[in-house]
Design a protein around this ligand. Structure first.
Ligand SMILES: Nc1ncnc2c1ncn2[C@@H]1O[C@H](COP(=O)(O)OP(=O)(O)OP(=O)(O)O)[C@@H](O)[C@H]1O
Ligand SMILES: [Mg+2]
Length: 626
């Protein structure tokens, strides 16, 4: 309990302070324990073992079952063994039975002295048995929650006096073959003595598979292990194929399978990225998160891993609109003098100056610097070429009807909205008092890439290769004096620009919904597996069965006309944003997965339009028999 005294020596002449004391340690411990995920004890005990091994210059850490206690209690008991420095009996009484007591360096970026106690002790009230050898001598302690008093602490085991009553010498039968002169075994007894602790704990990140949960947890928690440390875990408990196999961390896996990888420097962090192959061998997929995901990297460990749907949403925010099933992104915050990066006490999250990680800021900077390989992947996944053609036909079609796009207000006002797109960046952020100026998403790499030459609405290089007259900066003047002037064509082009891509439902991320709009990149992801869309496409393709070329044509037309109402919804929503009754939240609802689905359900007009379009393009081709 002398952490304060250790790190901050008392000034010589200051009056002694009556140090704050803990009245109810067990309550505090359980409170802290509740901040930890159910499987976090695996991290804590692994890190303790790894650190112990590092203190002797390297060695082995193994997760396995412990035969002696398993036999004694008639239930499999999980343990972690290491060939590290080991502890004597009195050392265990000091380190294991004191909160904020550590054999390491206590610091924000070092040891807190709480890990094992809060994450492991509170999950194992029946007890955690520490067996440790140092200079060939073994000792044990039993940390438990006394069921009679509810107090956490050491069970009396020994015959010594005072604190020595709480440790005992270890019989030779308990020493595993792995350990020689020094090392430690930590046995987890669970909530009750009859609990099988080799099973994944309830609510663990991966509680589906008994056989691989430890391996998967270790691999996804550790990015890489320190030099000289070998980490292993038993797999397939209770089966003939059961064995102890290495868990090497994500870096090993990513380096092994990825097609491409690199780094993007962000202002206060580095984003490390990898592209996964289309198929990951099952052997590896069982043991590593092998679909796209996002995480934060700090001191060789992964925090805040976003996988599954949460991962999809994060990657889309980072500008990886499609292909995100194949992108892994770890952002490593850089600590600087005025920016402290520390894990929270429970080590479940990272904090920068006490605040959550700035994911949105990072995402924005990453979007602006998307690596070429990721852009290429997106093109590959989305078949961007024909989507580009459909965007062009849409633009041509709508330009003729530009006035129809406006919603309410006078023509002048609407013109001003369009001109606002051309305004310098300050007013585009709405800071110039022109809230309408913020109506369109900021320019982004995807739009830049697909924008027609000369159509760049940014005023970074005025008139560079662009002969159009500069639009007036003061929209109102123009709106009043020049009301009847034709709309500047290039503004309209920018307004109508929208990346539309057809992807699988998994890529889209919107399950059983028509589409998802990603405002960050101004991209509309059409879910090609959505039943309504799939039905249309199948029906029209069937009509031209036996003629693959016609099928391709007709499918392209179907997509074009299924996209139409969704494109219009997105584009016209810009005219509502910032007007009375339309908060950002309302706009989000307007462009939600469900809204996009609603717009896709009416069929009469779509079908009529489609028939006409097919007749026009494929008129001379006769549909098959039907
Ligand atoms: N396997 C082990 N081998 C040797 N010493 C150990 C082992 N496990 C724990 N210890 C000792 O017990 C101490 C307390 O461990 P605990 O996990 O509670 O805190 P910590 O590791 O110091 O800090 P943190 O809060 O960062 O985990 C460690 O600092 C270490 O000295
Ligand atoms: Mg620890």
């Amino acid at each position: 309990m002398s952490a304060g005294a250790k790190t901050r020596p008392r000034p010589r002449h200051a009056a002694p302070t009556l140090e704050l004391k803990v009245r109810n340690m067990s309550f505090l411990l359980e409170r802290l324990g509740r901040d930890c995920a159910p499987d976090q004890f695996v991290r804590e005990l692994t890190v303790n073992a790894v650190q112990a091994v590092q203190r002797v210059g390297g060695g082995i850490v193994v997760w396995d079952h412990e035969p002696v206690h398993s036999r004694r209690f008639g239930a499999s008991k999980l343990c972690v063994m290491d060939t590290g420095v080991g502890m004597t009996g009195p050392e265990m009484v000091e380190y294991i039975n004191h909160l904020a007591s550590s054999g390491g360096v206590q610091a924000d970026d070092g040891n807190f002295g709480v890990g094992a106690k809060i994450a492991a002790a509170t999950r194992n009230p029946a007890g955690i048995v520490y067996l440790s050898w140092k200079r060939g001598k073994g000792a044990m302690v039993w940390l438990w929650r006394n069921p009679a008093t509810g107090q956490y602490g050491l069970k009396p085991l020994g015959r010594g006096k005072g604190e020595d009553a709480y440790w005992a010498p270890v019989p030779a039968s308990l020493k595993p073959a792995l350990i020689g002169e020094h090392g430690t075994v930590v046995v987890l007894l669970g909530a009750t003595e009859s609990e099988d602790t080799t099973l994944p704990p309830d609510g663990a990140t991966d509680d589906s598979s008994r056989s691989l949960w430890l391996t998967r947890y270790l691999n996804s928690r550790f990015f890489e292990l320190p030099e000289g440390v070998e980490l292993k875990a038993r797999e397939q408990w209770g089966t003939p194929g059961s064995r102890v196999r290495p868990a090497r961390g994500m870096k090993h896996f990513l380096d092994l399978v990825s097609h491409a990888g690199g780094r993007v420097r962000l202002p206060d962090a580095t984003a490390h990225w990898w592209i996964l192959p289309e198929e990951v061998p099952q052997e590896l997929a069982d043991r590593y998160p092998s679909s796209g995901h996002v995480g934060a990297l700090f001191q060789g460990e992964l925090y805040e891993l976003y996988t599954g749907r949460a991962g999809t949403a994060k990657l889309q925010g980072f500008g990886i609109a499609v292909g995100h099933q194949r992108v892994v992104l770890y952002v490593e915050p850089r600590a600087m003098r005025r920016r402290r990066v520390v894990p929270n006490t429970a080590r479940t999250a990272l904090l920068v100056n006490g605040r959550p990680l700035p994911w949105d800021e990072w995402a924005e900077r990453f979007r602006e610097n998307l690596p070429a390989e990721i852009l290429a992947l997106m093109e590959e996944v989305a078949d961007a070429r024909s989507a580009r053609d459909r965007t062009e036909s849409f633009k041509q079609r709508m330009k003729g009807l530009a006035n129809l796009l406006f919603i309410g207000g006078s023509g002048g006002e609407n013109l001003r909205r369009l001109f606002a797109l051309e305004a310098p960046p300050q007013s585009r952020n709405g800071k110039g008092g022109d809230d309408v100026a913020a109506t369109l998403p900021a320019p982004d790499p995807a739009a830049e890439r697909s924008r027609a030459p000369g159509a760049d609405a940014d005023s970074r290089s005025p008139g560079a290769d662009d002969a159009r007259p500069e639009p007036p900066r003061d929209g109102r003047k123009r709106g009043e004096s020049d009301r009847e002037a034709p709309l500047p064509e290039l503004d309209l082009d920018r307004l109508l620009e929208l990346e539309v891509v057809w992807v699988t439902e998994a890529e889209c991320g919107a399950v059983e919904r028509a589409a998802r709009y990603i405002p960050e990149t101004n991209t509309l992801l059409m879910n090609r597996d959505f039943r309504v869309f799939a039905g249309y496409i199948e029906r029209w393709r069937e009509k031209y069965a036996g003629n693959p070329a016609a099928q391709r044509e007709v499918e392209d037309l179907v997509r074009e006309w299924l996209e139409q109402p969704l494109r219009e919804l997105v584009i016209r929503s810009h005219f509502l944003r910032g007007t009375p009754g339309w908060s950002d939240e309302h706009i989000r609802a307007l462009l939600s997965d469900e809204s996009l689905t609603a717009v896709s359900l009416p069929c009469y007009l779509t079908e009529m339009r489609l028939r006409a379009a097919v007749a026009q393009r494929l008129g001379k081709l006769r549909p098959a028999a039907a």
